[in-house]
Design a protein around this ligand. Structure first.
Ligand SMILES: Cc1cc2nc3c(=O)[nH]c(=O)nc-3n(C[C@H](O)[C@H](O)[C@H](O)COP(=O)(O)OP(=O)(O)OC[C@H]3O[C@@H](n4cnc5c(N)ncnc54)[C@H](O)[C@@H]3O)c2cc1C
Length: 546
């Protein structure tokens, strides 16, 4: 009789956003695929993407221009090979999405037939953003999930939350071979319905668990973005890099205490103007590209203006674009604003910067391989080197698409660790734990981490603030670790532990970089220092296991 807590599969995919779903679709002809996802299958950063996907698709654009824009945006910290790969292979991936049924928006072309409506966003020198009006992510998720449902080899496990990757650390009497590779054989996973922990074992595991926005008090990311994949990979012994480069989206709807609704960069691309509360435009003071400057420049400019004025928000004025245009081009944004009592055709939209996208992550090669054998990583959790010190708008969905495809190709050629066989992995043990009724600690610590990160580790940093954050996070981490060892696993506790781990890693990366570059700005080293810092901040661990 197969044990109910043991699921053996050929591919384990952690996450059902664009990276996980695309990978699953591309390997499902090779064997069985289990996708685990911690909430509803559509709940992901992907689902909320508005602006679109960047790719060279017009005769007025070239690969060289897209490469140049991306390198310029990333302040030359990008890995050039990764940028070239993502740019050159992008158009093919978009055509594939079209063939799968993604309904990208079109407009009437000169030869009287419909052509893709290519938008323009900050940092891009040409119109190259394919989009489904302003609901690109929702349409993408829908089409990908529909295709996944058609595939008999793929099983979706909703409300299944990965706790830890299974490595040598979990095998009785074993430690990872000194200097040799660590292996990943799957993951321990909490079934949130039953409360039990299952072993999902596979020769290949794909980490596609998305971002870390929940580290901060204001974020555009949904509640799932708690950095679980990063923390798991770190505990397992993977290489982590460049976490100091957290992108803050300059324009989230100002709504204290709520998940911040994003006002897409495309709104500025179409002519939206940032103004102070008294109606004065201010971006020209900070950058010749004014409202189309890259996100970090705009976020810092807003931060500066808010600190100076003491106001709680600035405004984004689109009233001159007219009601009909706004409703057609930005139906979702227009509707969302309206539901908050703001008619964007008649009044400016109040906006603030919010944590949006993590550029660093688990280090991978160009085929999604990590330093751990059998473990691949793609999408926002991965660090391929595409973004450097700052991500250009709409390059992230592209990165996820291209590298999910390449990871799948790689997995077709290698067997992960299948030929070596899967070891006997012990069942999860709750021994020595008890329900302590101190669960209030969880929400309290989570809020404290978010506040610490917002106050000390956000848009403008200093050595003193970083050190203060590190000391406090260290104390919180110790408390959480103790609590974790004493208590039966629950989703909130797993996420809290991961948030604290990632917070510490972000601070460590930020403390390593003694310069200001892209998204990392510190008042103690305000200049960019190419001589010493044209390199990644890398954190290595040999893994801590459970
Ligand atoms: C509001 C918003 C707008 C954006 N707009 C754009 C845009 O226009 N263009 C662009 O290029 N990028 C955009 N981005 C960024 C882009 O959407 C993300 O980088 C991308 O979707 C990440 O895809 P992913 O597959 O890596 O992760 P996600 O789509 O976030 O998926 C992660 C998945 O992992 C699951 N998961 C996480 N932890 C666990 C765990 N422990 N166990 C099991 N499952 C887990 C989640 O439930 C989820 O299913 C936007 C992001 C946001 C938040």
């Amino acid at each position: 009789m197969p044990r109910k807590d043991l699921i053996q599969t050929d591919f384990l995919v952690i996450g059902s956003g664009i990276a996980g779903l695309c990978f699953a679709l591309k390997v499902c002809d090779l064997g069985t695929v289990a996708i685990i996802t911690k909430k509803d299958q559509a709940e992901s950063n992907t689902n909320y993407a508005q602006g679109g996907i960047a790719a060279v698709l017009s005769s007025e654009d070239t690969f060289d221009l897209h490469i140049r824009d991306t390198l310029k945006g990333g302040l030359n910290l990008n890995r050039r090979e990764a940028v070239e790969t993502v740019v050159r292979e992008g158009p093919e991936r978009i055509r594939e999405l079209i063939s799968w049924g993604v309904p990208f928006s079109k407009r009437r072309g000169t030869a009287d037939h419909d052509i893709l409506d290519l938008g323009k966003e900050g940092g891009h020198s040409r119109n190259r953003i394919v989009h489904c009006s302003d609901m690109t992510g929702r349409e993408l998720e829908k089409v990908l999930l529909d295709r996944v449902r058609e595939c008999d080899n793929i099983t979706m496990y909703e409300d299944h939350l990965a706790i830890d990757l299974v490595t040598e650390h979990h095998l009785p009497g074993q430690t990872p071979p000194p200097g040799g590779p660590i292996h990943c054989w799957g993951a321990y996973v909490l079934d949130e319905d039953s409360g039990g922990v299952k072993r999902f074992l596979a020769p290949w595991t794909l980490l596609a668990s998305g971002g870390v926005g929940q580290l901060y008090s204001h974020t555009t990311n949904p509640p799932i973005a708690t950095g679980d994949g990063l923390a798991m990979a770190y505990r397992a012994g993977a290489e982590i890099a460049n976490l100091e480069f957290m992108q803050f989206h300059p324009t989230a709807l100002y709504e204290p205490g709520k998940m911040a609704f994003l006002i897409s960069e495309a709104v500025r691309g179409e002519g939206g103007i940032l103004k102070l509360k008294d109606g004065t435009p201010f971006m020209k003071k900070y950058d010749p590209r004014a409202d189309l400057a890259p996100r970090d420049v705009v976020a810092r400019a807003i931060d500066h203006e808010l600190k100076k004025s003491g106001d709680e928000c600035v405004t984004l004025d689109v009233t001159h674009l007219g009601h009909d245009f706004l409703v057609k081009r930005f139906p979702n944004i227009y509707g969302q604003c309206l539901s908050h009592g703001i008619d964007a055709a008649r009044m400016p939209i109040p906006v603030v910067p919010a944590a949006h996208y993590m550029c660093g992550g688990v280090v991978t090669d160009l085929n999604g391989r990590t330093a751990i054998r059998g473990l691949l990583a793609c999408g926002e959790v991965a660090h391929t080197g595409v973004h450097g010190a700052n991500r250009l708008a709409s390059n992230s969905l592209l990165e996820a698409l291209v590298f999910a495809h390449r990871a799948a190709l790689g997995a077709r050629e290698e067997d992960g660790g299948a030929s070596e066989g899967t070891p006997q992995v012990p069942a999860w043990s709750d021994e020595g734990t008890f329900d302590s009724e101190e669960w209030i600690v969880i929400s309290h610590d989570r809020a404290e981490i978010q506040l610490l990160m917002t106050d000390y580790v956000s848009i403008v940093r200093s050595e003193k603030r970083l050190q203060r954050a590190r000391e406090r996070i260290h104390i919180i981490l110790r408390e959480i670790d103790e609590f974790y060892r004493r208590s039966p696993v629950r989703a909130a506790l797993i996420e809290l532990r991961n948030l604290a781990t990632v917070a510490e890693l972000v601070v460590r990366c930020a403390q390593m970089r003694k310069e200001s570059r892209g998204l990392h700005y510190t008042i103690d080293y305000p200049e960019q220092d190419d001589e010493h810092w044209l390199k990644d901040t890398v954190i290595l661990s040999r893994g801590a296991g459970k």
